[in-house]
Design a protein around this ligand. Structure first.
Ligand code: ASP
Length: 343
């Protein structure tokens, strides 16, 4: 059976598994996501406008780097920095709160040519954790730094340092307070009934994360991801975003991937590396691999989330098993596509 026919059959099968397969966009140099967003019923015109504008400016910033001779790594870092600075996304300013009322940030970046990577987890003072991750990759002999050691390294590298209060925003503060209140009420109800307290069901707005994938004119892929994690996570919890092979992966022989969603599942299923491995060893398309991992493996396991994928030939797609995914891409000639739900 020819490889094209085989890939086509896999795609057809995958398309039957999910409604949420995005069309593939060709000749893409930068793709991004801003998390799985909110349920349609919670979306407002103002929020959607801010999300779409934020995605556009991130794409423009990354594209400008590429146009001026920058690498895919430069484009990924630039696009993610824009989203980290925008409170509408759960990364940098506007990060969600932990159960201890802190904002603890995770980020990672990877280069597909050299397989070099850098990451930071649990930082509380680094204004742009994606730049911290890049500094770990380029200026240290390690891949992952955590906590105060990571904050200190960023400072020593001359990155912008801010007080922990910088990351706090009114809407995230309200969200955590509402969860704490619901938790207290649920605990009381169950203890009144003599039952053991259960974990409350999650709302989509408790997620978030931003990510980018890029392919430069030298044919080099890069990927990066940055997040505040999941709302009400335990202080000290680390999600998939700073874990290479889980939330982020880039391999010039296959694709660059950035993920978002319930991090524990993404770590256990090694999602970004699994997508790359399927492309390399099962010879399926990037779209089919992403669909299999997100809409079959993770979905069957109850893991909510998404991945954006840019393959080595510039084909961009995303797979999500949630209602939506804030996502976009820009082609070599500057054409921008932005989507929020199935459109
Ligand atoms: N994956 C992130 C984490 O688990 C959260 C998210 O993407 O929304 O920390």
């Amino acid at each position: 059976m020819s490889r094209i026919l085989f890939s086509g059959m896999v795609l057809f099968t995958m398309a039957n598994l999910s409604q949420a397969a995005d069309p593939v966009v060709n000749d893409v140099v930068l793709g991004i996501h801003g998390g799985i967003g909110v349920d349609k019923k919670d979306m407002t015109p103002e929020l959607e406008k801010d999300v779409r504008a934020g995605l556009r400016s991130a794409l423009e910033a990354g594209h400008a780097k590429l146009k001026n001779g920058g690498t895919s790594l430069d484009a990924v870092e630039a696009a993610i920095r824009v989203m980290e600075d925008l409170p509408v996304f759960n990364a940098g300013k506007g990060a969600v709160f932990t159960n201890a009322g802190t904002n603890e940030l995770d980020a990672s970046i990877m280069e597909g040519k050299t397989k070099k990577a850098g990451a930071m987890a649990g930082v509380m003072t680094v204004k742009n954790p994606i730049s911290g991750a890049r500094a770990v990759m380029e200026k240290s002999k390690h891949v992952l730094l955590i906590g105060p050691g990571a904050d200190a390294f960023a400072k020593q590298q001359g990155l912008e340092i801010v007080p922990p209060s910088y990351f706090s925003t009114e809407h995230r503060r309200k969200a955590i307070e509402e969860i704490w209140k619901r938790e207290e009420e649920a605990k009381k109800r169950r203890s009144d009934a003599g039952e053991i307290p259960l974990e409350l069901p999650r709302k989509k707005s408790e997620y978030g994360t931003v990510g980018a994938v890029s392919l430069d004119s030298a044919g080099n892929l890069a990927a990066g991801t940055s997040t505040g994690g999941m709302t009400n996570k335990m202080a000290g919890r680390v999600g998939d975003s700073p874990i290479i092979g889980a939330g982020t992966y880039a391999d010039n022989e296959a694709a660059a991937i950035s993920c978002t969603g319930h991090g524990e599942f993404f770590i256990r299923y090694s999602v970004s590396h699994e997508i790359v491995a399927q492309i390399k060893y099962r010879a399926v398309t990037a779209a089919a691999a992403a669909e299999d991992v997100i809409n079959r493996q993770l979905k069957d396991a109850g893991g909510e989330g998404a991945a954006i994928v840019l393959d080595r030939s510039g084909k961009f797609t995303s797979a999500y098993n949630s209602e939506g995914l804030y996502r976009g891409c820009i082609t070599r000639d500057g054409k921008i596509h932005v989507r929020v739900y199935e459109e």
